[in-house]
Design a protein around this ligand. Structure first.
Ligand SMILES: [Zn+2]
Ligand SMILES: [Zn+2]
Length: 379
């Protein structure tokens, strides 16, 4: 250990050691010797879903990023589900998460920087008193105005004990399987949901695709999305953190987004924020251009190829400039309260046309990068 390694955070270290050890030894041993009741399995599944969604929909998308608004009763339910996940109070979690976005990959300031390695980003950051992992409350002043957040913060430990120990105990008594309920709905569920969330900090900054930005380590990883109710599309999320969606394509697995949409339909959720399609396309193309323009190869074929890429890039910049112009016209029309139907339709048409242009350009770029990869092109 170097002289700069901070002291061990004993409470967390002992807690994680014991809970993981129990999940690896006690749970299978009890299952093999005594067996678990159906009720214990049922509540294991239910608690896994509820605590997971409490973090993704509540802690992350509602409070840390304010990507939509939710009515009081829903906020209370999400705060309870989040306390069940045992990942600190909303206030602490959100303050730290906002620092992660602000200083991603900065070894000194990102609370769980992947630059210190996979293990540090996964769990290591909680096992020692790293200065970077201290919550910076100046980043969460807005949350102090939410009574649900402050109530959960004040009564956090009561809620944690009540939901993680009291509730499984009670359910165990009702269904006649106290140990089974404590081991499955309590211990195993907690340990699994912890690691699933931790994968967002480790695996989703480590292994996957970077279609929207290559300026940080965040990646899109479908496997992590599968384990975390849709949070695996982390490259998109770091590029557009205010968007209530993480899986933005229709085929991507993002049940948190689906739930938010369903709740919006019932009226419990409102004011969802999302990124205009053009901006998303622009980010994808921008990343592809960076890659193509940085690709180095030599030869006469390559010169023509490079010239084509540069010409395409010029087209791209023209389209983006025009879009900014239409955007300005649109804002002006809004400010001057121009409710002219012709003008509105005209602006919408122009937006659509520019979007289509980027879409077509993406196809051409794909063809260009394919011919760059074939050996004959650079021979
Ligand atoms: Zn991240
Ligand atoms: Zn985030």
């Amino acid at each position: 250990m170097s002289a700069h390694t901070p002291p061990v955070a004993w409470t967390s270290a002992i807690f994680f050691a014991l809970s993981n050890l129990a999940a690896l030894t006690l749970v299978p041993w009890w299952g093999l010797t005594q067996g678990f009741s159906g009720a214990a399995w049922l509540f294991f599944g239910l608690f896994l879903v509820l605590s997971g969604l409490g973090i993704t929909v509540g802690y992350h998308r509602l409070w840390a990023h304010r990507s939509f608004k939710a009515r009081g009763p829903l906020r209370v339910i999400l705060a309870l589900c989040g306390a069940l996940a045992l990942q600190n109070s909303i206030y602490n979690w959100s303050a730290r998460h906002r620092v992660h976005h602000g200083y991603v990959d900065d070894v000194e300031r990102d609370p769980h920087s992947i630059k210190r390695g996979f293990w540090h980003a996964h769990m290591g950051w909680m096992l020692r008193n790293w200065p970077a992992s201290r919550a910076d409350y100046s980043r969460a002043k807005d949350l102090t105005k939410d009574p649900v957040v402050m109530w959960q913060h004040r009564h956090y430990w009561t809620l944690v004990w009540g939901l993680n120990l009291g509730l499984p105990l009670l359910l165990g008594l009702v269904f006649g399987d106290v140990i089974g309920m404590l081991l499955l709905a309590g211990v195993l569920r907690l340990v699994l949901s912890h690691h699933f969330t931790f994968f967002i900090n480790s695996l989703a900054h480590w292994w996957g695709w970077r279609p929207y930005s290559d300026e940080n380590t965040a990646v899109d990883n479908g496997l992590v999305a599968l384990l975390t109710w849709g949070e695996g599309y982390h490259n998109f999320h770091h590029a557009f953190q205010g968007d209530y969606r993480n899986g933005v394509r229709w085929w991507q697995y993002d049940p948190s987004k689906w739930l938010i949409n369903l709740l919006a339909w019932t009226g419990l959720v409102h004011d969802r924020r999302w990124t205009p399609r053009f901006k998303i396309l622009r980010a994808r193309l921008h990343t592809e251009f960076r890659r193509l323009l940085n690709a180095d190869a030599a030869g006469p074929m390559h010169d023509t190829w490079r010239a084509t890429v540069e010409r395409e890039y010029q087209h791209f910049r023209d389209t983006v400039n025009q879009w900014q112009q239409v955007q300005a016209d649109n804002m002006r029309a809004g400010r001057e309260a121009l409710n002219d139907r012709w003008l509105r339709t005209e602006l919408r048409t122009r937006f659509k046309e520019l979007e289509y242009r980027l879409k077509m350009q993406r196809r051409r770029l794909r063809a260009l990068s394919a011919c760059h990869r074939t050996p004959s092109a650079s021979a």
